[in-house]
Design a protein around this ligand. Structure first.
Ligand code: FAD
Length: 577
């Protein structure tokens, strides 16, 4: 539990360069692990217009910055009297780990290569609802700032500490609260403690024959409390719902008491629903200790699929028709040509037979069907349900795709596409060590504005790259990762070469900011699922009316007048209300 890691993921998994310049993902956790990828480096070099020297790596700082302890002696003394010593720590690595999320430029880069502005003073490991009440009471008595901590996977700087916070700051790590309290088999509900990670949740439910089905790409480390706090979205939301459709009751312990419904309800008309404001509360209101969630029997069949289309426009037209049909699969994603080619670059050197088959497939696609390798795109699909449901979806999806010149391209490619998403954050850290900085960002956008937003992002990135006189070429790729009745979630990845660039950690957020402005000016939203945190606070005023913002501030003020939960997300001046 107390292990820390500033980079993404498991310690046994990292990309390395072999002597022959091929790249391997170590370990055996993913289906990308353990084999040589001969085309990886050349793809990156071609895209960025640079040459990677495997021996020229950016050195990580060995003595990482941790600010001097800011101790409230009376608080610490009382805490010592109430809790055993294994429930809190001042360990420096733990303090650093609990002071950041996974934003590439503003957090991880700073920890590894520069300096994080501020660290927490202590970590408290919350083990029960009673612990939550006690630590909040102690914090009120001694004026301590508490910061709820889930898996530390947010990418919105939600755990970034306000620099002007003068009080002792205690991170409240919720991960010891990781049990399923009860399962109601008849009504498909489970009451689950908030510190459970997605992986633990699925493993525990599976033993009883159930699944929750919420699968964000951070599933291995992110927690139920974090999902609620950030209003998360999982890849299979078409079948299982986004987090707000999955959760039926939340328990939040606040400085004023306990916020919850008396019992979970399938649906209710009961006046204003206080539960709704907890989705996206981002650690501002209190500690989420548990939630009642919907569960489902493990599906009889899970099947991957994939399609290729001649270009992104046809792929989007297909998705538009699919979104308004009755056979939407659990998940479908459409990747642009850059991401499609990146997927190809991660493949192993084919064996003789496989190489021969691949050549035949290529001949069919490129020569007979006339696909252009620099325009074609791919959709990856996950179908879950009964055998009949899958058969129905499969038949109809492939028939519909044909109308948009789509061709089926196999389940193996579909599965690889999904596995790729688990490797992206490992790739970010690997590339950063070779001065290639990248970040992902997302938005929701109406169907009619998809191309406009993609174009605006592309243009803005090119302009910014030129403005800062950065070396090589900028990299951009995007995918549609969720479809809705009225629009989609667009998920972008961008990168640039930073060798020789002064303070890339200052330039990168400026580029990101300009891109968000372009997104919003062209009809995109502040965020589809990453949340506001500190990264997107300034865009709240373009999202909500000023009176709405005031109301939210008043709720915060009424609930936490001392600003014990002083992490200051959502609104820059939320803490001063
Ligand atoms: C590689 C990668 C892939 C990702 N994929 C997805 C994705 O597919 N979908 C998606 O929605 N997001 C995704 N994210 C973003 C991130 O995983 C989510 O925002 C996630 O919900 C954060 O959960 P966490 O437990 O890590 O929370 P943390 O990062 O620990 O905290 C996030 C915020 O929630 C608050 N908080 C956490 N727990 C509690 C609690 N128990 N009570 C009160 N407040 C609490 C914290 O104070 C903080 O403000 C991804 C991130 C990465 C790095």
């Amino acid at each position: 539990m107390e292990t820390w890691r500033h980079k993404w993921g498991f310690a046994d998994t990292q990309f390395i360069i072999n002597d022959d310049r091929s790249v391997t993902l170590t370990g055996d956790r993913y289906n990308l692990s353990g084999y040589k990828m001969p085309y990886f480096l050349s793809y990156i070099e071609e895209q960025l217009g640079i040459e990677i020297n495997p021996h020229d790596q950016q050195p990580e700082i060995t003595q990482k910055f941790i600010n001097p302890l800011n101790i409230n002696k009376c608080f610490c003394q009382e805490l010592e009297n109430i809790f055993p010593s294994n429930q809190y720590t001042f360990d420096e690595q733990e303090r650093l780990f609990h002071s950041h999320g996974q934003s590439a430029f503003k957090e991880v880069y700073k920890v590894l290569y520069s300096k994080l502005e501020r660290t927490v003073d202590m970590i408290f490991y919350c083990q029960s609802e009673l612990d939550a009440q006690k630590i909040i009471n102690l914090a009120i008595e001694h004026n301590i700032c508490l910061v709820p901590f889930g898996g530390g996977t947010n990418v919105s700087c939600a755990l970034k500490l306000p620099e002007d916070e003068k009080r002792m700051v205690v991170s409240v790590d919720m991960r010891r609260m990781n049990k399923i309290e009860w399962i109601d088999r008849d009504n498909f509900r489970a009451c689950v403690q908030a510190g459970i990670t997605g992986q633990q949740l699925e493993e525990q439910l599976r033993k009883d024959g159930f699944t929750c089905g919420h699968e964000p790409d951070s599933l291995e480390f992110s927690t139920l409390g974090g999902w609620i706090s950030t209003n998360a979205s999982g890849m299979k939301k078409n079948r299982y719902g986004n987090i707000e459709q999955i959760v039926e009751n939340i328990t939040l312990i606040t400085p004023k008491g306990t916020i919850e419904q008396i019992q979970p309800i399938s649906r209710a008309s009961m006046g204003m629903q206080i539960q709704n404001i907890l989705f996206g509360s981002e650690g501002n209101l209190g500690l989420i200790t548990k939630a009642v969630i919907k569960i489902h029997p493990i599906p009889q069949v899970k099947k991957y699929g994939s399609l290729v289309f001649p270009n992104f426009e046809l792929g989007v037209e297909f998705l538009y028709s699919l979104a308004h049909s009755g056979f939407v699969p659990a998940s479908i994603r459409l990747v642009d040509n850059n991401q499609f080619r990146f997927g190809q670059a991660l493949k192993p050197q084919p064996t003789n037979i496989k190489g021969w088959i691949d050549k035949l497939k290529k001949f069919y696609l490129l020569k007979l069907c006339g696909f252009n390798p620099y325009q074609m795109v791919a959709a990856t699909i996950v179908m879950e349900g009964s055998a009949q449901e899958i058969a129905y979806q499969q038949t109809n999806i492939y028939a519909l795709a044909k109308k948009f010149q789509g061709l089926a391209s196999g389940s193996e490619n579909g599965q690889r596409g999904y596995m790729l998403t688990y490797a992206i954050a490992y790739m970010r850290d690997f590339l950063a060590s070779f001065f290639i900085l990248g970040e992902s960002f997302e938005t929701s956008v109406s169907w009619s504005q998809i191309h406009q937003v993609c174009h605006a992002v592309d243009q803005t990135l090119k302009e910014q790259h030129e403005k800062f006189n950065l070396p090589g070429k900028p990299y951009l790729s995007y995918r549609i990762s969720q479809i809705y009745h009225t629009g989609v979630c667009l998920y972008f990845m961008f990168g640039f070469y930073s060798k020789g660039v002064e303070s890339p950690e200052i330039i990168s957020p400026q580029i990101e900011h300009s891109i968000r402005v372009a997104i919003m000016e062209n009809g995109g939203s502040i965020s589809h699922h990453h949340g506001v945190g500190k990264s997107r606070q300034e865009f709240i005023k373009n999202t909500l009316s000023s009176d709405s913002i005031e109301l939210i501030k008043e709720i915060k003020q009424a609930n936490d007048p001392q600003n014990i939960f002083g992490i200051g997300n959502f609104c820059a001046d939320a803490k001063t209300i």
